[in-house]
Design a binder for this molecule. Structure first.
Ligand code: FMN
Length: 194
């Protein structure tokens, strides 16, 4: 697991959070829904009108294509913190999420990025995020497939591992830590008295 705390949240009160995710084979969808249940926040999925395949992933990467994505019927500017969740393909953020972030035209207050990925060399992801948003993320969290497996059962071929609900129990601490760092709550003393 790689975790990088890059920037301090710019707000101290309860932040309105939105999870925006893309998932091809379901792993990041499970993670996004798990985090949504913990945060009790809004969630939206990036969809694609065209069928996605392994081949179209490679073609997107090879020809730097920007795939068409479905409409997101939410006013993203109403949220203080966007949590982007998506797989990493060949060291890059999955293209459908990239297209969505690009469409925001750098109008983002706070954001974080989480990927449930295979665990290869993903050093370019941070610079991609900065390029797309014009700022650093509050937090960049890479959870690898092997982080989800019992100790001593690490696998080499992580790309095709289908994550199960119970696997995510192993990263609950990581998710709670993420929430504590990125979603500040109003301190009890600051609450208005009746
Ligand atoms: C074509 C392809 C390329 C991939 N490249 C990477 C990579 O560069 N780094 C990495 O950590 N994982 C890589 N992976 C693994 C995926 O990020 C991982 O399987 C992820 O959990 C899939 O998410 P999804 O089920 O939400 O689509 C790759 C997977 C595929 C299919």
């Amino acid at each position: 697991m790689l975790t990088l705390f890059v920037d301090k949240p710019k707000q101290s009160s309860l932040m309105k959070t939105l999870i925006v995710y893309y998932s091809f084979s379901g792993n990041n969808e499970l993670l996004a829904k798990k985090l949504q249940a913990l945060l009790n926040c809004q969630i939206v999925k990036i969809s694609e009108p065209k069928r996605r395949t392994g081949l179209t992933i490679m073609l997107d990467l090879l020809f730097k294509r920007n795939p068409k994505i479905g409409p997101v019927n939410l006013l993203v500017s109403e949220y203080d913190h966007l949590i982007f969740i998506a797989p990493i393909w060949a060291g890059r953020i999955a293209t459908p999420l990239k297209v969505f972030i690009k469409s925001l035209d750098k109008n983002i207050t706070n954001y974080s990025f989480i990927s449930l990925c295979g665990g290869s060399d993903n050093r370019k992801v941070l610079s991609e995020l900065v390029y797309l948003t014009g700022k650093k993320p509050l937090k960049l969290l890479e959870v690898t497939v092997n982080d989800l497996l019992p100790a001593g059962t690490a696998i080499k071929q992580t790309s095709f591992y289908k994550v199960k609900e119970e696997d995510l129990l192993r990263i609950e601490d990581i998710l709670h830590h993420f929430i504590r760092q990125t979603v500040p709550v109003i301190a009890p003393s600051a609450k208005t008295k009746n």
